[in-house]
Design a protein around this ligand. Structure first.
Ligand code: ZN
Length: 243
């Protein structure tokens, strides 16, 4: 079983009626609902206002893939939680950052750049084009899929050059955006996926769910261990290899 932890800020759903109407139990529960129907995936959820934001070393040790959604309260996430997430990813935990999590503290800590982008809330439609149809994350999508409405994100997206760009979004207002990008950091795999603005029912779109399910399976760790910095002897030293 792949053990997934869906983390959500869970503030818009409490304060904005239009968001509450789409996600009455929170974005985290909506994502957990469709992931939980998969036979090989086991889901838990956590959110900002829980003790330690629901993030402890023990919780992350028991997590194969962390999914993160945040927007209005990035700064309220403790540096301690960010350090725990970053360390877990470097040791091999998979991570998926959704939509406005481009500005979340853990994503920025892992990227090392501002992760700034251009944006507009005008209800544009979006076509998400598959760049790499052979990749496991885009399996089942074909050439493209359409979102009737999504917040517009545009380039320049200030991220390091991705290991792979899997999806490009094109908006009715004209912008294009690297909407699905993949990284390796240490032993961990990271996928950033642009769709998921809180005032549209994006996480109910079948193709969005397909990409997230595929991504969970792809970033799940094949190997997980801390890579240290040992002072070593020669390989034939009778006293052993590591001092
Ligand atoms: Zn948004």
């Amino acid at each position: 079983m792949i053990r997934v932890l869906v983390w959500n800020e869970f503030r818009h759903e409490k304060t904005h009626e239009c968001v509450k109407a789409i996600y009455p139990d929170g974005i985290h529960e909506a994502i957990a609902e469709f992931l939980g129907r998969e036979e090989d995936i086991e889901v838990r959820t956590a959110y900002l206002d829980q003790e330690n934001h629901g993030i402890t070393k023990e919780v992350l040790d028991a997590t194969d893939v962390l999914i993160w959604w945040g927007h209005m309260a990035h700064n309220q996430v403790s540096d301690e939680a960010v350090a725990l997430v970053k360390d877990a990813v470097l040791d091999g935990m998979g991570a998926i950052f959704l939509h406005s999590a481009h500005h979340s503290k853990p994503f920025k800590a892992l990227m090392g750049t501002s992760c700034n982008l251009t944006w507009r809330e005008s209800g544009d439609s979006e076509l998400l084009w598959v760049i790499d149809p052979a990749h496991p994350i885009t399996r089942g999508i074909d050439r493209f899929f359409k979102l009737e409405h999504e917040e517009t994100y545009g380039e320049p997206f200030v991220i390091p050059n991705p290991d792979k760009v899997l999806l490009i979004g094109g908006y009715s207002g004209g912008e294009v955006f690297r909407s699905g990008v993949l990284y390796e950091r240490g032993n961990g795999k990271i996928f950033y996926f642009q769709p998921g603005h809180e005032t549209f029912p994006t996480f109910k779109v079948p193709e969005v769910q397909t990409v997230i399910k595929n991504a969970v399976r792809f970033v799940a760790p094949a190997y997980r261990a801390k890579v240290g910095c040992p002072h070593v002897r020669t390989v034939d030293d009778p006293d052993g290899y590591v001092r």
